[in-house]
Design a protein around this ligand. Structure first.
Ligand code: IMP
Ligand code: MG
Length: 179
């Protein structure tokens, strides 16, 4: 699908992201102190870089697992219908779970995933989201930990894509159409 030309304006530098990830990891380490093993659940694909950086800063025994959820929206708008394309490999009943998401936008994806996982009776379930766009929220859901609150802009980089591009940018930038 051809796209309108755009440029990417830097919004959050790699250095600021790294500092924030380290701070989040300290808070999460404190919160789950004493766990025998924390199941860190990444939502594919947008969280893959964030989860990689985050788990390396956690001073806890961890296990990493992934869920892939998809919405039927186009490249820039999320739909309200959420489907699970790939589920967890491990059971989470009675376990400590941390869900790691790239962006909470309308909230539908996280709402669906959290409700599904809570039904499996984890001992404790918390959410860490790198970015939050509170002004876009359509369902009442909030991450336990948020990296950065951002305005209603379409962002890319650090794992986050626009039509599958720009995931490999080391910083987070916003998409600005030039035509
Ligand atoms: P929600 O269900 O509307 O909260 O959407 C969450 C998902 O939409 C995120 O996990 C992203 O994959 C995607 N998304 C939301 N905002 C953006 C953005 O600004 N850039 C890229 N993807 C986004
Ligand atoms: Mg996503």
């Amino acid at each position: 699908m051809p796209h309108r030309p755009y440029v990417i304006d830097r919004m959050i530098s790699a250095k600021r992201i790294a500092a924030r990830v380290e701070a989040l990891a300290h808070e999460i380490t404190d919160a789950f102190q004493g766990t025998d093993k924390l199941v860190v659940v990444g939502l594919l694909r947008g969280s893959f870089i964030f989860i990689a950086d985050l788990v390396r800063e956690l001073d806890l025994p961890v296990e990493v697992d992934f869920i892939e959820a998809s919405s039927y929206g186009d490249d820039m708008t999320s739909s309200r219908e959420v489907r699970i394309l790939k589920d967890l490999r491990s059971g989470i009943e009675g376990r400590d779970v941390l869900v790691v998401e790239d962006i909470v936008d309308t909230g539908h994806t996280l709402f669906h995933v959290v409700n599904m996982l809570r039904a499996r009776k984890p001992k404790r379930l918390e959410v860490c989201a790198l970015l939050d766009k509170p002004s876009r929220r359509e369902v009442p859901i909030k991450a336990t930990w948020t990296g950065f609150e951002i305005p209603d802009e379409f962002v890319v980089g650090y794992g986050i894509d626009f039509a599958q591009r720009n995931r490999n940018l080391p910083h987070i930038g916003k998409v600005r159409f030039t035509a």
